[in-house]
Ligand binder design. Structure first.
Ligand SMILES: Nc1ncnc2c1ncn2[C@@H]1O[C@H](COP(=O)(O)OP(=O)(O)OP(=O)(O)O)[C@@H](O)[C@H]1O
Ligand SMILES: [Mg+2]
Length: 540
């Protein structure tokens, strides 16, 4: 269906892909995985025709159409919802625009009539006349009710917007659907909805993600980018992960008998074939089990960054005092009259049902936004570092990474190249890599740079908005451990369960009716019946 032939991609000396050959076939869902900076987004851009490879080619079967889920949640803000959806079928949308223009002419000539007639035939063939009603019913099936179809995109809340963009990508039933990290910026509920949707979707899906749970829920195949190649495996993420661990182990046990290795492999296959979830996965799993050969699986070459947060000096006991703080955006109350007192060593996971609440809270505490009312005060001995969820403005320049990080150095000593390179090296940018331009960085690489910057401040309070967004699993693990070991105070928000459970010792939920504030683990908080009741009341 979609064939990649002899694809090579190189930026300067850096080779991303070397003679890659692979095929994506009808009806499968391919999860593209690989370390930050491996080339996943680049690969999708090449598939979509946005950039050209250094050499090689992509060919989509004749008559088939590909569509891409827009990553930019604001790009269509000025367009009506229904029109945004119809733009998903570009050829059709362009044709409609041409027709509309001709019919809008005040001096409609005979020539125009002929032209309109010709275009009309094509339009008819592409199902143009029913397109609008199809877009409408697609929206409704995704939970966007009729009364919203004529609003502008900017008047929708974040969750609804994501669904409209999804409808745009799905409009006209594309044969291949491409998505780059679709779960970033989504809440648990919407991610669950997307998982369900894709698991039941019949056409080909190619999706990049670092989210283990998501990959397991939707993928029939895994395409791992490593060693400048792309290797395809049948099965979901956990299967890929476990079999590559086994491959690494067996390779290390050189002198173990072939017979024993075979037994181990059979045991592994038995374990995996027992818990088949979805029927789509069941078929592909059968195929993969028939074919599995551990010698074909390459253990991964991924590396862990070294994330260590130190404090220049410890803070006193009083960290932060928040009094009656309130904020609404576009008429939505994010939080109202919240009181919070942070003490040294608190590791707080900040929760809210309103997707923008935590970000607004941090923006206020860092002085970039004003609250509607209320006040806050940082302890005099505190120094704060903030990892924002949206970082593009930091990278809108042509500095090399070394110069980029140097901007944030405070002393002469910190500004020295060896020191800067030390921090970049910990984030796996070494040699030439440290000299590349900050504007070409991949999503995860940008976050790694932001982490270098954060480490360099040696602050005693960390504010972190969605730590796992964009990061690969190795970086998430390293970041997770760093926060567990950090001796200062942390306030963070995350949609990663594991992260919340292992780092937090205190849970604060900010609501339109004040806060729920408990010293306990994240799991205890979620399971506690009294808190469940309370949450219902607080959001009512
Ligand atoms: N124009 C360019 N010039 C030089 N290097 C580039 C250019 N564009 C991308 N790169 C580099 O190519 C590598 C691959 O980038 P890409 O965005 O494809 O990674 P990715 O696999 O999507 O990573 P992530 O998981 O972080 O999103 C990165 O190291 C990036 O810095
Ligand atoms: Mg990417």
């Amino acid at each position: 269906m979609l064939t990649v032939s002899n694809l090579s991609v190189q930026f300067g000396k850096r080779v991303l892909f070397d003679e890659v050959n692979t095929i994506f076939t009808q009806g499968n869902c391919y999860g593209i995985i690989g370390a930050n900076g491996a080339g996943k987004s680049t690969f999708l851009k090449i598939l979509a025709g946005d950039i050209d490879p250094t050499s090689g080619s992509i060919s989509l079967e004749k008559g088939k159409r590909m569509s891409v889920l827009s990553q930019d949640h604001f790009a269509f803000d000025e367009f009506p919802v229904l029109e945004t959806v119809m733009m998903g079928n570009k050829p059709l949308f362009n044709l409609k625009k041409q027709l509309d223009e001709i019919y809008a002419k005040p001096d409609f000539s005979e020539e125009d009539g002929v032209k309109a007639g010709e275009l009309g035939v094509d339009f008819e063939e592409m199902g143009g006349w029913v397109a609008e009603s199809e877009a409408g019913s697609l929206l409704s099936s995704l939970g966007i009710k009729d009364d919203k179809h004529n609003l502008l995109m900017k008047d929708l809340d974040g969750k609804a917007k994501v669904r409209v963009l999804m409808a745009q990508a799905l409009f006209g039933n594309p044969d291949v659907l491409i998505m780059d990290e679709p779960t970033n910026d989504l809440d648990f509920e919407t991610i669950g909805w997307l998982e369900n949707f894709l698991a039941n979707y019949d056409n080909t899906v190619i999706v990049v993600s670092h989210d283990r749970h998501f990959l397991d829920a939707v993928c029939t195949n895994i395409s791992d980018i490593d060693y400048n190649k792309m290797n395809q495996y049948s099965g979901n993420y956990t299967f890929w992960y476990e079999s590559s661990q086994l491959a690494a182990k067996q390779r290390a046990q050189q002198n173990k008998k072939a017979e024993e290795k075979k037994k181990e492999l059979e045991e592994f296959i038995r374990r995996f074939s027992a818990n088949v979830a979805k029927s789509k996965q069941a078929t592909s799993r059968k195929k993969m089990i028939e074919k599995l050969n551990i010698a074909d699986i390459k253990p991964s070459s991924r590396r862990y960054p070294a994330i260590i947060f130190e404090q220049e000096r410890e803070a006193g006991n009083q960290i932060l005092h928040v009094e009656k703080l309130s904020k609404s955006i576009d008429g939505e109350v994010l939080f109202d009259k919240i009181d919070i007192n942070l003490t040294k060593g608190d590791k707080v996971v900040l929760l809210s049902k309103a997707s923008r609440a935590a970000t607004a809270f941090y923006e206020i505490l860092t002085g970039s936004e004003k609250p509607d009312s209320g006040d806050y005060k940082w302890g005099v001995t505190t120094t704060q570092a903030y990892l924002p969820v949206e970082n593009s403005k930091f990278f809108d320049n042509d500095l090399s990474l070394v110069d980029w990080l140097r901007q944030y150095a405070k002393t002469e000593e910190e500004r020295e190249e060896v020191n800067i390179r030390g921090f970049l090296g910990k984030m796996i940018f070494s040699g030439e890599e440290a000299l590349k331009q900050s504007s070409v960085l991949s999503g995860g690489e940008k976050v790694r740079c932001m982490l270098s910057r954060m480490m360099m401040t040696r602050a005693n309070v960390l504010m972190i908005d969605e730590p796992t967004n964009h990061l690969d699993l190795e970086s998430i693990q390293a970041f997770n451990n760093a926060l567990k070991n950090y001796k200062g105070t942390i306030i963070f928000s995350t949609h990663d369960h594991e992260f919340a459970q292992t780092v937090a010792n205190r849970i604060i939920e900010i609501t339109p009716n004040g806060v729920i504030d408990r010293y306990m683990s994240f799991d205890e908080y979620l399971e506690n019946e009294k808190i469940k009741e309370l949450r219902k009341k607080m959001y009512a």
